[in-house]
Design a binder for this molecule. Sequence first.
Ligand SMILES: *Cc1c(COP(=O)(O)O)cnc(C)c1O
Length: 218
Amino acid sequence: MIKNLIIKNLEECYNDIANISKNTQIQIVSKQQNTENIETIIKQGHLLFGENKIQEAKLKWPYLKEKYSNIKLHFIGSLQKNKVKDVVNIFDAVESVDRYSLAEKLDLYEKKMNRKLKYYIQVNSGSEKQKGGVSPEECINLYKLCKKNLDINIVGLMCIPPLNEEPSLHFALISNLAKELGLKEMSMGMSSDFKIAIEFGSTQVRIGQKIFGPRSKS
Ligand SMILES: *Cc1c(COP(=O)(O)O)cnc(C)c1O
């Protein structure tokens, strides 16, 4: 039953997005979902996923990545430096780069482990204390510093707009900032606001609840 619902939601999501844009990827956010639900999605041919907790990802994804090839897994949570090794090992992209010391460590471990990931700088466009990310001004400095000193491949920006604000203002800001820096990728838009994000040029939306139904608070 839940399996059919997940498949139906996934189809609906693909259709909704295809109606607005041909250039937006869907990242299915599988946090708090068991491997059975995740495999339901994979068996539909969907391969791009996101997780926000290392511990949880370590329990699910080494097995799934071994079983199914070509899966891409993005890390979208806040990242402590002592978890960098695990992240570089399991994930294919990190969307929450928000300080130089973290970027340095990611660069170091990529080289040590002979891995190559994609990176997004997370922009805290609403200046919220509880959220990760840099201010738009800091973002420019961080990007330039990483470009100059490190080999990590920064492909774009990521943002999570404040809950009670008009998301379009934040998406517009990210879009301008990405343009200014010459970055092609914008990871923005979630279940509640993905259509608006796509209007502002999002290249990747991150969708969880629209596929799996409401989550308990994480
Ligand atoms: C949980 C999460 C999402 C997905 O949110 P939904 O409301 O389930 O679509 C997207 N981005 C980040 C960073 C998340 O933590």
